[in-house]
Design a protein around this ligand. Structure first.
Ligand code: FAD
Ligand code: SF4
Length: 498
């Protein structure tokens, strides 16, 4: 059955037809989008670990689900990078069947509690909702509903209802390199389908950017831990502090009898601007800055806080990383925390909710400026930066208007700068595998099934796409698992992402 046929079949179930009749569209459209409660601002900026968005209550989720018109041709599904059957899960929420609703999401997404928190829904599913496109009203809050049912599942599903490792003989041995969303999604599917799966991670903690990049006030570690526990129950094993290409090689894995390898090492090398002063003390990359504080325990953080307070911190960039860094600076006690971005706010790639939160928490935005030099004192510590004013020109290949330098320069005093201007691929994996084809930027080249130039090696996520998003990384992991399983066993399982 095709995706369209399944969507149609589900929509024509009797209970859904009755539900549509129970509340005519005119009534549904009249409801306003249900707001999500948030931690009060004063509490937010003193807490590094407490989540800002607090989630819907059951009543709020059911009220928001009622707004969905259960469209015959739902644009929202087309806008979702992994094609979640959105109206099917939303109508189950309206009916009050929360575990069934999350079951629909899990058919295509292995990390709903994560995606419900960090996906840029306003640019994906919600941008294609009929409310946005035709009714010119706020879209159904698909992301908040996804988050609600995923959290409900975490709190209500009996421990013994989680999928268990099969007791059948294993179909083969699989190695996954990298424990970010791509690696975790791939590992989950392969373990479910009967393989012995080991995930190798270079760092001491698991989760990739979900753990060391995205701060806890956006994505609590307990959510990542919960997903990892589910995977351990499925029989997945994890080996941290293991750098593939250095302490472990492809030849080692082959010698151990591994049947397939999935590489999901992300893009961890921060880009530099190549301007004078980048090596001054007090100029950090986003990875240094965010990972340092994200990996600290609350005790370590409270010890570090006194010397971080009262600083003027400027963050260069307009993506999620920049917004996470500036909000981190505020929580570390910065007296001034400023985003410096070379385009206008309209072009910022960061999620709209994050920009809103950053502004509420006191972030200043200095748009249409780009650093040209960092200035230091005699001890080599940054004290100021020179910023060139930019104007917007014609759109570039990303569709956003290109920043054009004007030659006008201003000087801004600063105590710390965090540069968040993108990431590139590391070289250790490619250097250790001469037959692995990579682009000139170091991204691994794959075909549609995510297979690389080495037949038993697949790859996905940021290491293939360049810096992208959690949902795309997760979708790559699931597609690679489908293809590798089909190659090894000749089967495509029900629920596989093809
Ligand atoms: P990663 O998550 O990068 O994981 C790769 C893992 O591989 C890492 O744990 C790394 O340590 C490990 N590794 C690397 N090399 C080796 C090696 N040689 N051997 C073993 N292990 C290795 N996206 C969103 O959708 N929403 C957001 O709000 C959002 N916010 C972000 C905030 C920040 C600060 C950053 C940096 C990114 C953000 N992104 C966001 C992007 C998103 O996190 C990434 O697109 C996604 O995590 C990519 O997943 P991945 O599995 O490909 O790689
Ligand atoms: Fe519901 Fe909007 Fe999707 Fe229509 S497009 S089914 S209203 S979420």
């Amino acid at each position: 059955m095709t995706k369209q046929e399944l969507i149609k079949e589900r929509r024509s179930q009797e209970w859904r037809t009755e539900l549509r009749k129970a509340h005519p569209n005119k009534e549904r459209i009249a409801y306003e989008r249900t707001k999500m409660s948030e931690l009060p601002i004063a509490e937010r900026i003193t807490s590094f670990h407490e989540e800002v968005s607090l989630g819907y209550t059951r009543e709020e989720a059911m009220a928001e689900a009622r707004r969905c018109l259960d469209c015959p041709t739902p644009g929202c599904v087309e806008g979702c990078p992994v094609g979640i059957h959105i109206p099917s899960f939303i109508k189950l929420i309206e009916k009050g069947e929360m575990l069934e609703a999350v079951g629909i999401i899990r058919e295509t997404s292995s990390l709903p509690a994560v995606c419900g928190r960090v996906c840029p829904q306003e640019k994906q599913c919600e941008s294609q909702c009929i409310y946005t496109l035709s009714l010119k009203k706020q879209a159904v809050s698909i992301g908040n509903l996804e988050r609600y049912v995923a959290d409900y599942e975490r709190m209500h599903r009996a421990k013994n209802a989680a999928p268990k490792a099969s007791s059948q003989p294993k179909l083969g041995r699989i190695a996954v390199v990298g424990s970010g969303p791509a690696g975790l999604s791939f590992a989950t599917d392969m373990a479910k389908w009967g393989y012995e799966v080991t995930v190798y991670e270079a760092l001491s903690q698991l989760g990739g950017v979900l753990r060391y990049g995205i701060p806890e006030f956006c994505l609590p570690n307990s959510i990542i831990e919960d997903e990892l526990d589910k995977m351990r129950e499925l029989g997945v094993t994890f080996q941290t502090n293991t750098t593939f290409g250095q302490t472990l090689t492809y030849d080692d894995l082959k010698a151990q009898g591994v049947d397939g390898v999935f590489i999901a090492t992300g893009v961890g090398v921060p880009n530099a601007m190549g301007i004078p002063g980048e090596d001054l003390t007090g100029v950090y990359t986003a990875s240094e800055y965010l990972a340092k504080y994200n990996l600290m325990s609350p005790e370590e953080l409270s010890e570090a806080l006194p010397e971080l307070q009262g600083k003027r911190v400027a963050v260069i960039g307009g993506g999620n990383t920049a917004i996470d860094a500036v909000r981190t600076a505020l929580r570390l006690g910065a007296k001034q925390a400023t985003i410096v971005y070379r385009r206008s706010e309209e072009e910022m790639p960061a999620r709209a909710e994050e920009i809103k939160h950053a502004r509420e928490e006191g972030t200043e935005f200095f748009n249409l400026h780009n650093p040209v030099e960092y200035l230091g004192d005699e001890s080599g510590h940054i004290v100021a930066m020179r910023l060139e004013r930019m104007e917007l020109g014609a759109p570039d290949e990303s569709g956003r208007r290109r920043p054009v330098a004007t030659g006008e320069v201003v000087t801004m005093p600063v105590d710390e700068v965090v540069t968040c201007i993108g990431y590139s691929a590391g070289r250790e994996v490619a250097d250790s595998m001469p037959d692995l084809e990579v682009s000139r930027w170091g991204n691994i080249l794959v075909d549609d099934s995510k297979q690389t130039s080495i037949p038993d090696v697949y790859a996905g996520g940021d290491i293939v796409r360049g810096a992208a998003t959690v949902i795309l990384a997760m979708g790559d992991g699931r597609r690679a698992a489908t293809a590798m399983h089909q190659k090894l066993s000749g089967r495509i399982e029900e629920g596989a992402l093809v």
